[in-house]
Design a protein. Sequence first.
Length: 273
Amino acid sequence: MGLFGSKEKPEDIMYTATDMLEKNQPKAAISLFNKVIKQEPKNIEALLNKGLALNQIRKYSDAVTCFEKIIEIDPNDAQAYNNKGISMAEMRNLQEALECYDKAIEVDSKYAAAYFNRGVLLDKLQDHEEALVSLEKAITADPRKPNAMIYKGIVLGKMKKHEEALNCFSNVCKKYPNNQDAFFQKGVQLAELGEHKKALDVFDDILKKFKDNVNVTYAKSRSKAALEQYPEALELLKQAIAKDPKTIRTWAKEEPIFEKLHSNEQFRKLVKL
């Protein structure tokens, strides 16, 4: 209750709740969004933000309920369909998630987020060609954001189209010189093409800024092994395993580049071969 026993205004509660959401306090934010919704059951902004907060704490089914309420109020709310799709995908209801993204695109043919999420989902479903189509549409709809360009490169890499993937990441690096994900993926594709010395230059640049990055350390170890610089490769592998033993050991056991080290006692001990 506010001054003179009057109710707090919904807009004031919304301001505080949104601030809490931005400060990564979703549970506290949900409590406040509920207060707004109690006063204004058709407040789309409160329902949307409550749904986003519920997604954050992995209460996906409850989040879906929020997004469905928005769709009841406004059947042409593309954002609600898109976010419902995210919740559905998290619950492994992949076909329903795909239908949600399609509906969001039907409502708003220039909605980049829905094209991006659709592309990511299709990639997970191993439909790489169709994933690329969606990601291209996401890039066209919002060319200022690098996420769809980066994911396009990742999909091309999975398809063994390493030259195209490298070109994709190189373009992102030029446009977004501070995007370390793009630089890392550029290094990965150089390594896939056998350009290990160039890949090492990329990895070294990243490690100057992020010296504890386990993925980069492991990637550098691979390239050192490919160049038969085994003592350095093993030292880097040791560092990577120290940070994430389970994942790195699994990767190293399955990595063809390390096959020459399978008889090496230090390698066998590190990866528990």
